[in-house]
Each structure stands twice: as structure tokens, then as C-alpha cells.
Design a protein around this ligand. Structure first.
Ligand SMILES: Nc1ncnc2c1ncn2[C@@H]1O[C@H](COP(=O)(O)OP(=O)(O)OP(=O)(O)O)[C@@H](O)[C@H]1O
Ligand SMILES: [Mg+2]
Length: 226
């Protein structure tokens, strides 16, 4: 339930990593609101806290302080189990390196996300349209090594959205792809956003990739600067 408010609301978010006897301040007070249906590009220099922010939004990492609410669920109040449920149901992740399981077919890589979320291991019929839309419906029996990088990333996108997450987080999704595959994946993300209303946050170093989004957020030294 969002009551028409932002689907993501981050307030005064801080994350300190203890490395040996040194504190690394990865996030130093981040405030961010994202509306349902937004496509946001997150840009900023290496080490500015972009991935840390995603890990917290995705329930992978607990914040040091501050509040994070996703689709009406306050992550700060959740136990480890609660965060695991958020990962399974509210958030889909796409990474630079696809992170598909090499021994499984594309179909089983997608099905495993359903399994983890405690659902039937066959996508429902409407998901066939998504697979067709992603252009991978004829590649489902292939293992990752038999697919191009762009195809693997499209399978990773299918896996990320099969549970109909409130938000899709993509951390440099085109970082490993050649220009043509990169353009294809970015066009798909834009279509997912425009046609299916999928809310997307995408980290990128590439201004051309950021141009596919409808809003750009810049980070520096653990803060949002614009
Ligand atoms: N698990 C961790 N343990 C210790 N320090 C960490 C950890 N994760 C991130 N950091 C530190 O937090 C800061 C922010 O890192 P983060 O990975 O969020 O940056 P980034 O903006 O994603 O950078 P890049 O563009 O290189 O991916 C860096 O100083 C990093 O070294
Ligand atoms: Mg990063």
C-alpha cells in the first residue's frame, strides 16, 4: 500500500562500515523519495555510496541509522527474516555480471526466483508475454554459457521481475555489454518502465545510459548532491 505516496522513502540514511579499526562512512545522510513509475538513474564517482544504497534498499544490508520504506514496508523495523521477505517480494535485482547460476538453464534460473519467494515454480501465463517481450522465450532451455552477454542480462531481468517487485534495482546493468547489447538492454528497461509501469532505479557511469531514465540523482561522498 502506498496511498499514492512515494514507493521509496529514504530519510537521514547513514551506513558506517567498520574496517579493522577504521570507520568508513559509506552513506552520510541520504534523503530520497521515488514515486511509483519513476525511472531513476543514479550517477556519481566510484566509492560515492551508490551500491551501498542499493544493498540497503534491497534488504541485503542493514543501515546504521535512518529510515527506509519500500512500498509501505519500513525496513528498519524488520528482522533478518523480514528483510529476506522484502528481497523475495518487493525488490528485483540486476547486476553488472548477470549472476546467473551456470549449471541451470535460463528457465530454471528464472524459476528459482519464484521458488525463493515461496511461489509455484512455473511462471503464470502472463509472464510468457514478458519473456516474449524480453526476446528470450526461444532461449529458455539454454545454459548461460550458451548465451550472449545481452541474452544473459535479459534472463537476469526476467528473473528480477518474475515476482512483480515494487522496484527493480539495476547496478550498472550494461557495464559488461558491448554498445549494441547495451542499447538493447536499456531500451528494454525503458519499455518495462513505460509500458508496464515498472519502477526502476539504475546505477550507471555512462551518461548515455542515464539519458534513458526520466530523472537523474547524483551522489558524492555518501550524499545526494542533486
Ligand atoms: N562491505 C564493505 N565493507 C567495508 N567498506 C565498504 C563495504 N562496502 C562498501 N564499502 C565502502 O563504502 C564506500 C562506498 O562504496 P560503494 O560500493 O557503495 O560505492 P559505489 O558508488 O557503488 O562505487 P563504484 O562506482 O566503484 O561501484 C567505499 O568507500 C567502499 O570502500
Ligand atoms: Mg558500486
Amino acid at each position: 500500500m502506498t496511498n499514492g505516496g512515494p514507493i521509496i522513502r529514504v530519510q537521514a540514511l547513514r551506513k558506517v562500515f567498520r574496517v579493522g579499526d577504521v570507520d568508513v562512512e559509506a552513506l552520510r545522510g541520504v534523503d530520497l523519495s521515488v514515486n511509483k513509475g519513476d525511472f531513476v538513474a543514479i550517477v556519481g564517482p566510484s566509492g560515492s555510496g551508490k551500491s551501498t544504497l542499493f544493498h540497503i534498499l534491497g534488504g541485503l544490508t542493514a543501515p546504521t541509522s535512518g529510515s527506509v520504506s519500500i512500498d509501505g514496508t519500513d525496513l528498519a523495523t524488520l528482522s533478518e527474516n523480514g528483510r529476506t521477505r522484502v528481497r523475495g517480494s518487493k525488490v528485483g535485482f540486476v547486476f553488472q555480471k548477470y549472476n546467473l547460476l551456470p549449471t541451470l538453464s535460463a528457465r530454471d534460473n528464472i524459476a528459482i526466483a519464484l521458488d525463493i519467494a515461496g511461489k509455484a515454480t512455473e511462471p503464470d501465463a502472463s509472464f510468457q508475454d514478458v519473456l516474449r517481450f524480453l526476446g528470450i522465450e526461444h532461449r529458455l532451455d539454454h545454459k548461460p554459457r550458451a548465451m550472449s552477454g545481452g541474452e544473459q542480462q535479459r534472463v537476469a531481468i526476467a528473473r528480477a521481475i518474475v515476482n512483480q517487485p515494487a522496484i527493480l534495482l539495476a547496478d550498472e546493468p550494461t557495464g559488461n555489454l558491448d554498445t549494441a547489447s547495451s542499447d538493447a538492454v536499456l531500451a528494454l528497461l525503458r519499455d518495462l518502465n513505460q509500458r508496464m509501469g515498472q519502477t526502476i532505479l539504475m546505477i550507471t557511469h555512462n551518461p548515455e545510459a542515464a539519458a534513458y531514465a526520466n530523472r537523474t540523482v547524483k551522489m558524492r561522498d555518501g550524499r545526494i548532491v542533486s
